[in-house]
Write a protein that binds this ligand. Structure first.
Ligand code: ATP
Ligand code: MG
Length: 221
């Protein structure tokens, strides 16, 4: 089957710095959940940002659904249509409600407001926040905020969700809630690539990859 997203022979360095990624290959199938582990500085965030078309690799190629990504403006449209992010440092509009924040991605894609609101409410329900839909997000806890980000990411029905340390700043109980939310809200054909130090996160993924010396090694699960 054609991979949802694939990297082929990717090398990356920042400026004239040392190589971070050294001939890395990756294939992620639709619906697959993949954890990327590795020490701080090993290149996990770099890898995610190349997968999500935020960074162009120094060398090598990204394919989406088998098609090579062009080095052109079309990257912008592909990026918006294909990926959604869950960041560690939550990226929300504090004074706006959970519902407004969740609907943002849909509105940006041209979904009419009424429909975007309906889908945003449904997504908030899936992450257990139906009752907080009307709350300004400044009033929410860290774990609740992280769930708003998950609702926003999955509401837009991306092909691939990219999550960078989604539980990095949360206590154990809150992490479990956030992961339950992510697993409950994700559609069966949406792939997930998650960079994490958290063994709990890795355990939930069907596949664990370790970033070592700029390449990925498959871990037995
Ligand atoms: N914008 C940048 N400019 C220069 N160097 C960078 C930049 N971003 C990352 N690096 C370097 O690239 C290497 C990989 O960084 P990256 O952030 O991908 O690691 P990471 O595995 O995500 O680490 P962590 O677990 O701490 O988040 C590090 O040596 C880092 O200093
Ligand atoms: Mg990182």
């Amino acid at each position: 089957m054609t991979a949802a997203v694939a990297l082929e022979g990717v090398w990356h360095r920042y400026g004239s710095g040392p190589w971070v990624l050294e001939g890395l290959d990756l294939e992620v199938a639709a619906g697959e959940a993949v954890a990327v582990m590795g020490p701080s500085g090993s290149g996990k965030t770099t890898l995610l940002s190349i997968v999500g078309l935020l960074t162009e690799p120094t060398r090598g190629r990204v394919r989406l659904g088998g098609v090579p990504v062009p080095r052109s403006r079309r990257r912008d449209r592909l990026r918006a249509g294909w990926f959604a992010w869950v960041f560690q440092t939550v990226n929300v509009l504090g004074h706006r409600t959970a519902e407004d924040n969740t609907a943002l991605g849909l509105l940006a894609r041209g979904v009419p407001r009424e429909e975007a609101t309906r889908q945003a409410r449904a997504a908030l329900g899936q992450v257990g926040l139906a009752e907080r839909a009307g709350s300004p997000v400044v009033d929410l806890s860290g774990g609740e905020l992280q769930r708003v980000c998950i609702a926003r990411a999955v509401a837009a029905a991306p092909k691939v969700v990219l999550a960078d340390e989604p539980t990095g700043q949360l206590d154990h109980a809150t992490s479990v809630r956030v992961l339950d939310a992510l697993w409950a809200a994700r559609r069966p054909d949406t792939a997930l690539v998650v960079a994490t130090h958290d063994p709990q996160v890795a355990e939930r993924c069907g596949r664990i990859l370790r970033l070592v010396d700029g390449r990925l090694i498959e871990e037995p699960t």
